[in-house]
Design a protein around this ligand. Structure first.
Ligand SMILES: [Zn+2]
Length: 395
C-alpha cells in the first residue's frame, strides 16, 4: 500500500530545478508530460480505468456510472514552486483508494481520481485552464490563442504534447460527477495556529488582477533637478506602500509582483511605469473598496509628482462559497476547523457545477509557491486518513 509521501518521493526528480529553485512543472512541457505518464501508470497499477478529456484532464475511475465522487487535484506547478501544491492532492487520493481497498471497502458510487491540467496558469497566464474548459467557463477559442512568453500558443503546445487542440471544450464526464472533494496543502498559517493537521475550506476569496499605468515625463537623470521632475517611479513607490498599508489595516491582500519600466535605462527618468496589482478580500465589496482606496492614494501621490495614474481591471474572479451542507458535514465528521483561503483552485471552478469541498493539510512553513512549501509525513498521512473517511461517508 502506497503512502502519500512515498508517492511524492517518486516525483521528486521530475521538473526539479537543480540549483535549488524549486519545481518548474508548466503545462504541456516535458516535466508535466512525464507526470501524466506517472499518473496513468499509478492508476493502471491499481486497475483504475484512465480516461482523458479533450482538455488534457486525466481521470482514473474506480467503478463506472453516474453520481461519481471526484477526488484529486493537479500536478503542475508555478515557476519555482514547491513539491506539495497539487501533487499532494493527487498522491493522497491514490493512497486513500489503497487504504479503502485494503480495508475491504466497496464504494456505493464510482470514485474518480483527477489530475487537472494547467491549474497554475504559470505558462499561459490563465489559472485552472483544464477545469475552466471542462466546465465551459473558458471559451476554447480564447484558451487556444493564449500565448506563453516565447509566443507559443496553447494550441501549439498541446499539439507538441501529443494532444489534439480541436478536442478542447466542455467535457462529458462532468455530467457523471455528483460531488468533488479536493485535498490540498494549506497555503497559509491557519492550521499552524489552530494546531490541527487537517482543515476544511469554508470559502475562496474573490481575486482581482489589475494593470496600473503611471504616466510621467521622461528626462535626463543628470540634468533634471529633483524639483523639476514628473517621475512615475515615485508614484509607483507610493502605490506599493499605499497598497501594503491599505491591505494590512484590513487584513486583506495586495501585491505588486510584476513591473515594467519605460524606457528602462539607468540614466533616464522613466516616462512610464506599468505594474500589475493582485488584490484579494473576503467579499467583492471589500475587494472593490480595497482597490478604490489604493487608486485614490496613488492618484493623490500622482498629483504631487505631476504624473497620472490609470487602473485597468484585467480579471476579477468571484468569491466561491463551498456547498454549506457538504462543508459542515465534513468538518463535523473530521472534527476539523473551517478556514477561508485567498488562493484559487480547480475546486473553486467546479463548485459552480457540483457540490464541492476542500480539505487542507497543515504546512509548517506557512509558505507556498516556493521551494519551502512543506507538509510533515505524519500530517500527509492524516490527510489521507481524512480523505478516506470522507469517501466512506459519501460513497
Ligand atoms: Zn494548487
Amino acid at each position: 500500500m502506497a503512502t502519500a509521501t512515498g508517492l511524492l518521493d517518486d516525483l521528486a526528480g521530475i521538473g526539479r530545478d537543480l540549483t535549488g529553485g524549486g519545481y518548474h512543472r508548466l503545462a504541456w512541457e516535458r516535466p508535466t508530460l512525464e507526470l501524466r505518464e506517472w499518473f496513468a501508470a499509478e492508476a493502471g497499477r491499481r486497475g483504475l480505468d484512465v480516461t482523458e478529456d479533450g482538455n488534457g484532464n486525466q481521470l482514473a475511475w474506480w467503478g463506472s456510472g453516474d453520481d461519481a465522487l471526484l477526488i484529486g487535484s493537479h500536478l503542475d506547478s508555478v515557476r519555482g514552486g514547491g513539491a506539495f501544491d497539487g501533487p499532494l492532492g493527487v498522491a493522497s487520493s491514490l493512497a486513500a483508494v489503497d487504504t479503502l481497498r485494503d480495508a475491504g471497502f466497496t464504494p456505493s458510487r464510482p470514485i474518480v481520481v483527477a489530475n487537472f491540467t494547467d491549474e497554475e496558469g504559470a505558462r499561459f497566464g490563465v489559472a485552472c485552464v483544464g477545469s475552466r474548459l471542462a466546465t465551459g467557463v473558458l471559451a476554447p477559442e480564447r484558451a487556444l490563442s493564449l500565448r506563453d512568453d516565447d509566443g507559443t500558443t496553447l494550441a501549439e503546445a498541446m499539439r507538441a504534447g501529443g494532444a489534439d487542440p480541436a478536442a478542447v471544450g466542455p467535457a462529458d464526464w462532468l455530467a457523471s460527477i455528483g460531488a468533488f472533494v479536493e485535498l490540498h496543502v494549506e497555503q497559509g498559517r491557519a492550521l499552524i495556529d489552530s494546531g490541527d493537521a487537517v482543515g476544511v475550506a469554508s470559502a475562496i476569496w474573490p481575486h482581482g488582477r489589475y494593470r496600473l499605468d503611471l504616466h510621467g515625463q521622461g528626462n535626463h537623470a543628470g540634468t533634471t533637478a529633483m524639483t523639476d521632475r514628473h517621475d512615475p517611479m515615485l508614484t509607483y513607490a507610493a502605490a506599493v506602500l499605499a497598497s501594503a498599508a491599505a491591505a494590512s489595516e484590513t487584513a486583506r491582500r495586495a501585491t505588486f509582483g510584476r513591473v515594467r519600466v519605460a524606457p528602462g535605462s539607468t540614466n533616464s527618468i522613466p516616462v512610464q511605469v506599468t505594474a500589475w496589482l493582485d488584490a484579494r478580500a473576503e467579499s467583492e465589496e471589500a475587494l472593490a473598496g480595497l482597490v478604490d482606496r489604493i487608486l485614490s492614494d496613488t492618484r493623490r501621490a500622482a498629483a504631487g509628482h505631476g504624473t497620472r495614474a490609470e487602473l485597468t481591471e484585467e480579471s476579477v474572479t468571484s468569491a466561491v462559497t463551498f456547498d454549506p451542507g457538504l462543508r459542515d458535514r465534513l468538518a463535523t465528521l473530521l472534527g476539523a476547523p473551517q478556514l477561508p483561503t485567498g488562493a484559487g483552485h480547480d475546486a473553486g471552478i467546479l463548485a459552480s457545477r457540483v457540490p464541492t469541498a476542500m480539505l487542507f493539510v497543515r504546512n509548517p512553513s506557512g509558505i507556498s509557491h516556493a521551494p519551502e512549501e512543506y507538509a510533515e509525513p505524519a500530517d500527509c498521512e492524516a490527510g489521507v486518513a481524512a480523505l478516506a473517511e470522507v469517501i466512506r461517508e459519501l460513497a
